[in-house]
Design a protein around this ligand. Sequence first.
Ligand code: OGA
Ligand code: NI
Length: 352
Amino acid sequence: MGEVDPAFIQEPEHRPRISYIEGKGVPLIDLSPILSSSNVSAIEFEGLVKEVGDACKEWGFFQVINHGVPLEMREKIDGASRKFFAQSLEEKRKVRRNEKEVSGYYDTEHTKNVRDWKEVFDFTIEEPTIVPASHEPDDTEVTEWNNQWPEYPPDLREICQEYGQEMEKLAYKLMELIALSLGLPADRFHGFFKDQTSFIRLNHYPPCPTPELALGVGRHKDGGALTILAQDDVGGLEVKRKTDGEWVRVKPTPDAYIINVGDIIQVWSNDRYESVEHRVVVNSEKERFSLPFFFNPAHYTMVKPLEELTNEQNPAKYRAYSWGKFMTNRKRSDFQKLNVENLQIYHLRISE
Ligand code: OGA
Ligand code: NI
């Protein structure tokens, strides 16, 4: 990524600020009560559930520590990711994403029709992952997504698979806390993830000569259920604070994970927990690496507000939609620079 292609330039109102707020930020939650299940008091556990509920409601984002994911596993995948991206473009493009295989390497992603200053490697947790063959609503055919694994580093595949299992475990625990915080049984969401379409993205944000004009990832909301992100110590993730709409930097905390509610939880909770906009700011000196895990349900899930959370006074705010169709629609818009906005959940809102 040498000189700056105009495709990377953000509209003036979306350009990042050079000085930023790092203050009163995203809540930090200690998950140790769910790790040591034996000697946890009911009060302690309820306190944790409330903390998670409050964070989901007030921020849509939080960080967790004492989450049970071995640090060694995170260091391994981080190391493998750095080795992979350090290769030549030619080498990386051998596992390039294409019309048939959406997993693999690519460096041309667009968010809201502006190119992102990053390169990525995607892989799904289920191999293969079953998804609709097309985004066309009436097409019932399904297809398989298969992962493409690079030759180098040779242990990347195994490391990624191991890490994926850890992410899945943590995601289920978090979904239990979220369910409890909504007054639902702990396992209320589990069934949706049986044939999950979850995936992990290795992100590399190279130094950018014009960080005031471009973004690593443009402002967006995550379309899935829940995201678990590991960021390195460089920093750059910004979250749109609900109270005043300011962009707030999430300060890197060693060994913490950043959790955010995606669009599906917003719909399931009928807007009690909103999916919040975020973006990534780049800088001219340091490259940055991050690893999001996107926890997504089975493609055949019809996403709609949960019946337990709706009633006559609080009717469903969304009509049911197929997750698989939503996702394939989104993937499609990643490919070409479309001149229209891609599918958003507000398009599925029931007007009042
Ligand atoms: C994303 C995302 C944040 C980051 O990939 O959806 O928001 O810090 N990434 O890389
Ligand atoms: Ni995101």
